[in-house]
Write a protein that binds this ligand. Structure first.
Ligand code: C2E
Ligand code: CA
Ligand code: CA
Ligand code: CA
Length: 268
């Protein structure tokens, strides 16, 4: 290293340029996958804790191309940042509806759930085309469950409640996702007439901790039972967690214990 300063500067600057162009490429690729709907969907089963039958499969988006993998959280965050989560949710619903129709035709019917951002429900640019698409699929509404995610972004609870009631009247079932994770799931539980609550995975993770007490889980279950809402525990990874959830009255489980997301849905 005779002249470390100049050598380092040049290689650093090259490295920086490579990084910047890679980041730029990732952004370009993510935008293109969202805008063209060119992404895949994987399926993960939601299973009855009582008898092991499959309630439905959750649709999870998968983004990868020849150059890299993109995590769904990264792409969905990006879609929110650039203001196209509404288009993404619509593309996802179309994919799910097409898939349900295709499987029905093949004589192997499936029930699916899709994750939809609260943001999409809260603005007319998002909700008008989505409602139109979903109401036009009324004939398969019993096969599509809508998971409401990112509810914290919802400002107008009354407006969203009305939209959700229209969807319920058309036969779609509703699920409040990640319950207990954000600031307050309770206000959404109060406002929206949902059929299922998905209890956030962090509560399921706690079960295996030393000196664990199920205080919060029990109160969530009690509340949902009183409201006539079925509960789903997510991120169930062990038999112990499954047994525990069953013993305290959780109705359904989802997680690696039952099956990882896969490109084919699981059927009974
Ligand atoms: P989520 O809705 O909570 O989905 C469950 C996530 O937990 C999935 O991660 C799934 O692979 C993972 N998971 C399943 N079982 C287990 C388990 O036993 N243990 C652990 N530790 N994790 C488990 P994934 O597929 O990476 O998705 C992450 C998040 O990205 C989802 O969380 C959801 O918020 C979002 N996401 C994925 N696909 C979509 C989509 O199409 N639309 C929207 N809006 N969000 C999506
Ligand atoms: Ca979900
Ligand atoms: Ca979840
Ligand atoms: Ca979660």
């Amino acid at each position: 290293c005779e002249n470390p300063k100049s050598v380092n500067f040049e290689s650093l600057s090259n490295a920086f340029n490579v990084m910047a162009s890679e980041a730029q490429l990732r952004v370009t690729n993510m935008r293109s996958m969202i805008e063209t709907g060119n992404f895949k969907i994987a399926f993960q089963p939601v299973v009855s804790l009582q008898n092991g039958t499959i309630l439905h499969n959750e649709v999870l988006s998968r983004f990868n191309d020849s150059t890299s993998d993109y995590t769904p959280l990264e792409v969905i965050q990006f879609a929110e940042d650039i203001g196209v989560i509404e288009e993404f949710d619509l593309a996802l619903c179309r994919k799910a509806i097409d898939y349900i129709r295709k499987m029905k035709k093949l004589g192997t019917p499936v029930r699916l759930s899709v994750n939809l951002s609260g943001r999409t429900f809260d603005n007319s640019r998002g909700i008008e085309p989505l409602l139109k698409t979903l109401l036009a699929a009324k004939d398969i509404s019993h096969s599509l469950l809508l998971e409401l995610t990112d509810t914290a972004t919802i400002k107008n609870l009354v407006k969203v409640e009305a939209v959700l009631n229209d969807l319920k009247a058309a036969g779609f079932k509703l699920c409040l996702d990640d319950f207990g994770a954000g600031a307050s799931g309770y206000q959404y539980l109060r406002a929206f007439n949902v059929d299922y609550v998905k209890i956030d995975g962090s509560y399921v993770k706690d079960i295996v901790r030393k000196d664990y007490k199920p205080t919060f889980l029990l109160s969530i279950i009690r509340l949902c039972d009183d409201l006539g809402i079925k509960t789903i525990g997510e991120h169930v990874e062990t038999n112990f967690q499954a047994d525990f959830l069953r013993s305290i009255g959780v109705h359904y489980g989802q997680g690696f214990h039952y099956g990882k997301p896969d490109y084919a849905p699981r059927t009974n």
